[in-house]
Design a binder for this molecule. Sequence first.
Ligand code: FRU
Length: 487
Amino acid sequence: MNKDKYRPLYHFTPRSHWMNDPNGMVYFNGEYHLFYQYHPFGMTWGPMHWGHAVSHDMVHWQHLLIALAPDEHGQIFSGSAVVDWNDTSGFFGGKPGLVAIFTHHDEYPGTERQRERQSLAYSSDNGRTWIKYSGNPVLEDPRYSDYRDPKVFWHEASGRWIMILATGQTVCIYTSPNLMEWTFASEFGEGHGSHDGVWECPDLFELVAPGNPQRTKWVLLVSIGDAVGIPEGSRTQYFVGHFDGKLFVNERDPEAVYWLDHGRDNYAGVSFSDIPAGDGRRIYLGWMSNWKYAKVTPTEGWRGAMTIPRELSLRAVDGEIRLIQRPIAELSKLAEETLLLKGLTIEGNMRLMQIKGDSYLVDAEFVLGSATSFGFRVRVAEEGNRATIVGYDSRSGELYVDRASSGEVLFHELFPGKHGVALVPRDNRLRLQLWVDRSSVEVFSGGGECVITDLIFPDPQDDGLEIFAHEGNVELLSLKVTRLNSI
Ligand code: FRU
């Protein structure tokens, strides 16, 4: 069988072998850098390295050599990278340069207890070669055994570097003048949000406050590791609040849990550092898999993909602030031919004979009618018996993806299934944006408030597209299907 039958056409994947979290995402000298947790000799998780790729648009990527490999301090776990503009570290002789801040993972000597410490590496040649700092590690605390995934940023107001670190069931915040000496500032998490699994891969950043362009809010992302008895596996939650350079304060109900994504396959995502002020976007991407079954997904020769990059913003929904995700504008470079339909009443199933393919964007607007559910069946088999369903259930008020009959699903008992999120259509209208690739669907609706990211493994021959309305009708105001090119 074709080794690359599931290899996405426009999502980032490693050339070969295992990949998990995105790491060190940073923009510098005209290039976006993407590093990633990488096992260069295995198809499952193993001794962690940082793989590396660069891009001019976050869409087309060029693979580079491995940036960081395990050393005497252990494996290279997740972390971030920053531009040290003012050479606060002294690594760059007064010029700007790139500094990576990551977790060294090994065991406490003479024990099996895991030891995690934070370390630095720097590059004076646009990330092509990396030197590990001779004073590594720069931050340790033997009270913790889960102590990882540092995300660092420059905090203008206090003139300090800030590090946010995952510390078991909490995150800790540290400050530093030079990236080497770190001072504890605060801890957040007890009694807040979900503690279904270990806290990992935090990120903390500022976004414009909804309805008040003069003010900002701070968003804290926290990924929650997989745990026994949690069928959803690993997923990411977010908090909204304020931050004064030392302390993060959650402004919403501490007990409420807000998920970033309502599918199963968006984990350990963080945002790019140093996007130029004139651009001003906060851009996020995640690892498109789930620790529940990541090591048994049916790809050959490579394993793991990233989500499409998404621009983050905040919006007030019914008086409450929500995180909004929108695919970045650069993705329109992938657009090829387009099919347009307008003003159709849909009843039953309608196969769009003009569209056959495994990689396209569907953008549709519906007016709700009498149908109890409606939407699309993508990657449909000739005989119609296999498909991934992306629909809206008007009775339960839920947007959903059903991948139970999407193709190969039996590699893990928790893979098949239906994943949804509550959505109240405004003015009885529903807009659906659906990004389909060879082994994934990413659904955006409710103006970017409702997102579902799911892996699928359909047969390459299953290339049909259908619109459906069950037990009644729905009006399709407009439909645009855009074929997407390979990167
Ligand atoms: C998240 C994670 C991180 C860790 C890395 C190891 O998926 O568990 O906490 O640094 O993966 O590969």
